[in-house]
Design a protein. Sequence first.
Length: 325
Amino acid sequence: MRTRLPALLGAVLLGVVAGCSGPDLTRAHFPRTTVTAAPGDGGQGEVPTGPITDPAVSAAALRTVDPCALLGGDTAGVLGEAGTPEPGDWGVCTVEVRDAGGKPVGLRLDLGESLVLADRATGGIEGLPLVENEVDEGSCFVTAVTSRDPSLGITVQVDYEAGDPCAAGYSVLRQVLAGLRGDPGTYPPEPGSLLGVDPCATVTDDVLAEVLPGEVRKRPMGLHQCRFAGHRPSAVVWFRTGYPPDADAGTPVDLGGGVRAVRQRGQTDTVECDISWQHRSSGEGPEGENVTASFTFASEEGSVDDACARALAVARDVVRRLPSS
């Protein structure tokens, strides 16, 4: 359910932007730039093995941090001339940088990366395990592991054809961690917002036992999404910003307390049902904070009607536990 800007697509888009004004720097021949990771507690050292207890990188602290406040200024500026950071969903920000040769560097910061394989850490960064994944010569994901179980991390994605993307990501990530341990900027507090709510705490044990018999594991999928998994089926609760669900694209359902939602069959090959609704509007246009409660069978062992009934039970439980909007 989550999306990521593909590394290669990001590089292509940055090249297009570069070609829209001034000389065509994408065709100029500058020497390949190397951004050197600073010495010390870096990726060349041993992997930190102790418990991760730093409150600055806890999920509760990271939920309210504005990633664009972290990525702006001197953070992205370590690579060259930084543009204006552009916010994505909560916890995500992108920015374009021009290195000393005028070549583009695309950066994407995600404060709640869940696709983290902590056991593949090869070094450390500011006391945290470091995982690097070089997709190709021009793209790299550099992650500081902030939790081993569940797996979470802070990731800088770099698209950099003219230099070393992993070294560039390392340099930026060090700056990000320093900012988090200082005085990071946060999103403006809004009454009734879901921003600081732990999605894994929004479904009661009684309802989980009803829809997922047997042992249930609660796994964060980023900072604002949680997966509740039984033996095979699973339920997901997801908070996000954007436009409200399209009432014409599904069936209206009543969640109680005056809350109306839209029920839709999932778009995957599995047996899935989604219940979505807007929790609160931004006050400026139709966009706002939205919630989706989903239920998925792992195979054809269940029906769509059954999945929708269980998703509805989860949604009605979640509504009762959310802050008043």
